[in-house]
Structures are given as structure tokens and as C-alpha cells.
Design a binder for this molecule. Structure first.
Ligand code: GLY
Ligand code: MN
Ligand code: MN
Length: 366
């Protein structure tokens, strides 16, 4: 079953927000947002959405054919400076308060967009923050399908990696990353979601290590954080193993592993609609703190994932938002002991009206 995407409905929901922020229209040129609002996947484009929901798009000549296929119903204006082009049309149509996305427009672009409006007629730009981000945080059925699909590609690639037997003393981090990425590609991914992390031994104490020439040694903690990309959507998961298996593991490695696992399970269990995201973070953090390792959990608990790898909602001590059904969230607590090593376990879940749906269902055993 393939769910269809109602782009006009998405634009209508953005249009509804414009009244609350005092805008007659908004110009959007952040590529994931253009894609979400129109279906256009090119690297240079913009969409102008009016408060009545009507819209027009702009892209440059490289994408004329593509936009005609991907967003056939929208009035098109070709330009290299898409947002400037649409701002000029907004001004000519009498828009006096044009919104733009403050988080995604450079200062130089903002000045060009403002100049293209009709300043002589009193038209001005209005900063907007997180309008599209908030709408995107709750996924529709087509997005959930895409997210399950891309997560499944990564899960199958990891299973193949483990079965291949190359995770063993003497293999380099780099070789494991290359093997896993190859498996994701041949398994249907368009590419990787982010730089694959394969961090062994002391390297695993760095939450965002890369994949180096270090050779694995028996007893090493080995953190593998990886994701696939397909049709614009991303996956993200982490497993930590011990090279040589649990018999090779030091007691301390097993202790921090079991603590992170308990924290991660507590976080997943907390991922229910109506739960404040700060409480999901707290559910993980309390387990790690109670085990005496609070100082070594040095990042936040998770993030939404979709057209971006990191997107709303965010679960941290500072979060103010609340979970809703249809949101995605990673739950990824960790303990990182400098000079020794670290453990992170990360799943992506879909928040539902019942149990959270784990879309990265790999085993979580050493
Ligand atoms: N790999 C990036 C993250 O887990 O957020
Ligand atoms: Mn990750
Ligand atoms: Mn993540």
C-alpha cells in the first residue's frame, strides 16, 4: 500500500498559521520545506504560500522538467534567485507582511528578499520561527511508510554485517563502516543519512567519532551509529557490541552496557502521546545518574527524524514540547568514559496512541 501525499492540505495548514504570526503570505526556500510543501525535490526552489492557501513556485532552468512532474499543479516562475523572484511577485500582488524563515535565510538573502518586496508601499518582511518544523513534526501515513522502509534497509544491512563475521579483532573501523554502507546501498538506500560512526575501544568514548584506521581488539566496546537515506527520508540507530562477545568483555564494560540498556528501555517506554519530552529525557537520565554515571551522559536523549536527520521534536532537559501520536523520536542515551570507552544504544520510534512502534528492531544484547 502506498499512501498518497496531500500537498495542498499541508500548504493549507501552513496558511492557517500565517494569521497567528501576522503575515499575509510566506516565502519558503529551505529545500526540505519546499519538498514537504510541494513535492519538488530539486536543490534550488522556493514556494510562496498566501494566507488563503494559494501558492506559486520558483526554480531555475535545470529543474523545469522535474518540477513539472513533481509539482504539476503549481504556477511556476523560473529564476535563479527563487525567493527573491517570489517576493517580488508577492509585493506586486499587494502582500504587505511577507513572512520568511529566520532559521534558514542568510542575512544577505533576507536583504535581497526585502528589497524585492514593495518597500515604497510599506511592505515589510516578518521573521517566522519553526512554523513548518512544527507541522512536519507529526508525520502523515506516507511519511511513516517511508521511515519504516528506510529503517528496514538499515536493519537488514546491520544483520548482514553481523552475519558476515567481519566484526572481529584485526578488522579496521573503516572497513566495517564501508561494508555497512555498501550493504545499505545494495539493499535499496539512495545513500547514507550521515557519516557512519564505527568507534572502537577508547574511540567509543567520543559520541561523534567517525571511522578510523584503528583495528578492533578483543574486549573493545564497539559503537556503530548508522543510517540510510531513501526518497528524502532518513534512518538513525546505534548498537554497541563487545568485540569477541560478552566473554571478552570487562565487568565495567558490561556494567555500563546494562545501565545504558535500562535507560534506553525506560526512554522508549516513556515515549507516549501527551508525555513532555523533558520527561522522556529524564526517564533515561535518572537511570544513568542512579548508577553513578550521570556525568558521562553528555548529550540529550533524542530527536525527531524525517526529511532531516535531526528535526523537531527534541528530547532534552530543556525541552518544552509534548509528544503527540505520529511523531518520530530517537531514544539514544549513552555513557562515555574518557580514555576507556563508551556505550550508546539508539532506536527510532513512532509515537502511537498505544505502545511506541520501534522501527529499528535489532537485538540489544552484547
Ligand atoms: N548519528 C547522529 C545521531 O544519532 O543523532
Ligand atoms: Mn545515531
Ligand atoms: Mn540520533
Amino acid at each position: 500500500m502506498t499512501a498518497t501525499i496531500d500537498y495542498a492540505d499541508r500548504r493549507a495548514r501552513l496558511a492557517e498559521q500565517l494569521e497567528h504570526v501576522g503575515c499575509d503570505a510566506i516565502v519558503v526556500d529551505h529545500p526540505p520545506h519546499v519538498r514537504w510543501l510541494t513535492g519538488f525535490t530539486g536543490s534550488n526552489g522556493a514556494v510562496l504560500v498566501h494566507a488563503d492557501g494559494s501558492a506559486m513556485v520558483s526554480t531555475d532552468g535545470r529543474y523545469t522538467t522535474q518540477i513539472g512532474i513533481e509539482a504539476p499543479d503549481l504556477e511556476l516562475h523560473l529564476s535563479r534567485n527563487c525567493a527573491v523572484e517570489l517576493a517580488g511577485r508577492a509585493g506586486a500582488a499587494g502582500v504587505t507582511r511577507l513572512g520568511f524563515e529566520a532559521a534558514h535565510v542568510s542575512v544577505a538573502s533576507m536583504h535581497r528578499i526585502a528589497a524585492a518586496l514593495d518597500p515604497a508601499a510599506g511592505a515589510e518582511l516578518t521573521e517566522t520561527v519553526d512554523l513548518v518544523e512544527k507541522l512536519r513534526a507529526v508525520k502523515d501515513d506516507a511519511e511513516l511508510e517511508a521511515l519504516r522502509d528506510v529503517a528496514d534497509i538499515a536493519v537488514r544491512a546491520f544483520e548482514g554485517l553481523v552475519e558476515s563475521g567481519i566484526i572481529a579483532a584485526g578488522t579496521t573501523e573503516r572497513a566495517i563502516a564501508a561494508d555497512l554502507e555498501h550493504r545499505m546501498r545494495v539493499g535499496g538506500a539512495d545513500g547514507i543519512a550521515f557519516e557512519t560512526i564505527v568507534a572502537s575501544g577508547p574511540n567509543s568514548a567520543k559520541p561523534h567519532a567517525g571511522a578510523e584506521d584503528r583495528e578492533l581488539c578483543d574486549g573493545d566496546l564497539l559503537t556503530i551509529d548508522f543510517g540510510a537515506a531513501k526518497n528524502g527520508y532518513h534512518s538513525d540507530m546505534t548498537r554497541t557490541l563487545v568485540v569477541g562477545g560478552s566473554e571478552a568483555a570487562e565487568d565495567f564494560a558490561m556494567e555500563i552496557y546494562s545501565t545504558v540498556l535500562r535507560a534506553q528501555l525506560a526512554g522508549v517506554a516513556a515515549a507516549r502521546p501527551g508525555t513532555p519530552l523533558a520527561d522522556v529525557d529524564r526517564a533515561c537520565r535518572e537511570v544513568i545518574a542512579a548508577a553513578g554515571h550521570g556525568e558521562y551522559f553528555v548529550h540529550s536523549t533524542g530527536h525527531g527524524i524525517g526529511l532531516d536527520v535531526h528535526e523537531a521534536p527534541f528530547a532534552s532537559t530543556r525541552s518544552k514540547e509534548t509528544l503527540a501520536a505520529g511523531m518520530t523520536l530517537t531514544i539514544e542515551p549513552g555513557i562515555y568514559v574518557p580514555g576507556y570507552g563508551g556505550v550508546r544504544i539508539e532506536d527510532t520510534v513512532i509515537v502511537t496512541d498505544g505502545e511506541p512502534e520501534i522501527i529499528t528492531p535489532l537485538p540489544k544484547t552484547v
